[in-house]
Design a protein around this ligand. Structure first.
Ligand code: C2O
Ligand code: CU
Length: 499
């Protein structure tokens, strides 16, 4: 990699069979994109002509200008101060980590649909600098929190104001996207709950003192350095008070690099939402474990029995939901696994994925070669090691189909920023359940997923493995809108190092 470089110089532009030039405006490019392209999603492959340079005359927009109304006052305002800490968890063994407002995880931020959220991030003393990325929230391009792509890292003494209007509801999280492979594990993250306009609410402000309401509990799972397994920063058993017979939405967030199995006993449960999108007609489940990929979320509905409590279990921690003092059994993880591909009821998609404007491949492999001059056996995308990976180029309004395969010998939780994609098929088997919307998709060795989304959020968006050391080892690329540029730089003197 060059010492100091722009993300725009990274990779090989891949137009996925759509037009490459933005001359005449992005809308014109999108409108013309249907011509000569109509493969079925499962077989769609980019023709060789897909690598075309955009016309030099194209109008450009800086990613820094992609913001929500700067004049609008905030409805929810939160200040977060990042610090280094030698003992971030006061009740656990010390380790070198971080805090936000003196604790880790940072406070749970709650807001409602339509509200403008403003989070001011201050860096007290984190030497590498920090940012905040709103994982799963399709924020405006300038607010994505990726150091060197959408902003400069906030250095000690500095601050940055994130502002976005809430356009989704569901369970999300935030984390640093500067040196993320060490800052996230060390504690720079927290939960973000976006509620319907009239939905349940904790406390009066934007930050809830307790993560739990009578109908809603946040289960933020994190494995800190040294193997400290926690729920909301607490080791072992946590409790969510709830009366007998009540139904509780347990918002499970996997903030780790590895998959998180979750199971419930002794009562049946439902999966109400995946990655912040509601499941249509979720059926009752029993004796299955739900496997949440790194970065992913599931909302579980559990019902408190008439006597006793229900236990939501993780491998090394659990959440007991029920009245104070009530007990729930501990059971081993069920061998059966929940499968979202066939769960819930089908519903029409908001776009026609059978006639995509662009079709991309994201083939994950592993190759011997050099990364930053280091010989090794590195992750590859479409047969190339970073920086020669594809830069997926789209225009606003495009329907995009992407085929993701994995022949790398390892498991990869893939995360696309700024968009939600729907799973069309897995290993040749079409999805038959509720539309399965994802922003974090676990792709095992040998898997092939066909996913689709609408390019409806201009910007330059990371598309990477959320096993964050893998991203730091090169399993990352970008989805970029034709004509969107960035004034920020990566590497060298910029100090920006998003992975
Ligand atoms: Cu949760 Cu690119 O990140
Ligand atoms: Cu990976």
């Amino acid at each position: 990699m060059p010492d100091l470089y722009s993300v725009e110089e990274m990779g090989v532009h891949d137009f996925g069979g759509g037009p490459g030039a933005a001359a005449g405006g992005l809308a014109a490019a999108a409108a013309g994109a249907h011509a000569g392209h109509g493969g079925t999603p499962a077989s769609a492959a980019a023709p060789a002509s897909s690598v075309v340079e955009p016309a030099a005359a194209a109008a450009t927009t800086s990613v820094a200008d992609l913001v929500d109304d700067p004049q609008r006052p905030a409805d929810v305002r939160v200040e977060l101060v990042a610090r280094v800490s030698g003992r971030p968890l006061p009740d656990s063994a010390p380790f070198a980590g971080y805090t936000l407002n003196g604790s880790t995880p940072g406070p749970t931020i709650r807001a409602r649909l339509g509200q403008l959220v403003e989070v001011v991030l201050e860096n007290a003393d984190v030497p590498d600098g920090v940012t905040l990325h709103w994982h799963g929230v399709d924020v405006p391009g300038a607010m994505d929190g990726v150091a060197g792509v959408t902003q400069d890292a906030v250095m000690p003494g500095g601050s940055f104001a994130y502002r976005f209007v809430v356009r989704q509801t569901g369970t999300f999280w935030y984390h640093s996207h500067q040196v993320s492979h060490s800052q996230v594990v060390g504690g720079l993250f927290g939960a973000l709950v976006l509620e319907p306009a009239g939905g349940p609410r904790t406390g009066g402000g934007g930050v809830s003192a307790s993560p739990v309401t009578e109908t809603d509990a946040v289960l933020l799972s994190h494995l800190y350095p040294g193997g400290v397994a926690t729920i909301d920063g607490v080791e072992g058993e946590s409790r969510a008070p709830a009366p007998p017979g009540s139904s509780v939405r347990v918002r499970v967030v996997n903030t780790d690099n590895m998959t998180l199995p979750v199971w419930v006993a002794p009562a049946p449960f439902r999966v109400l939402a995946i990655d912040g999108s509601d499941v249509v007609e979720p059926g009752e489940l029993q004796d299955v474990r739900v496997v949440v990929p790194a970065g992913g979320r599931v909302d579980l509905e559990v019902v408190v029995p008439a006597s006793g409590a229900v236990r939501v279990q993780l491998p090394a921690a659990s959440l007991v939901v029920g009245p104070d003092g009530s007990a729930a059994p501990t059971v081993p993880a069920p061998t059966g696994e929940f499968d979202p591909l066939s769960y819930g009821a089908p519903a029409p998609l908001p776009f026609d994925a059978s006639h995509p404007d662009r079709a991309f491949r994201y083939d994950i492999g592993r190759l011997p070669g050099f990364l930053n001059g280091m010989p090794g056996f590195w992750w590859s995308i479409n047969g190339q090691i970073i920086p020669h990976v594809p830069m997926y180029m789209v225009a606003e309004g495009d329907v995009v189909v992407m085929t993701v395969t994995n022949a790398s010998g390892d498991y990869h939780p893939m995360h696309l920023h700024g968009h939600h994609a729907v799973v069309l098929a897995r290993n040749g088997e079409a999805a038959t359940g509720s539309p399965w919307w994802i922003d974090s998709l676990g792709v095992a060795q040998g898997d092939e997923y066909v996913i689709a989304f609408v390019a409806d959020n201009p910007g330059i968006w990371m598309d990477h493995c959320h096993n964050l050391p893998h991203a730091a080892e090169g399993l990352m690329t970008h989805l970029a809108y034709i004509g969107v540029t960035t004034p920020y730089r990566l590497g060298g003197a910029s100090g920006n190092e998003p992975e």
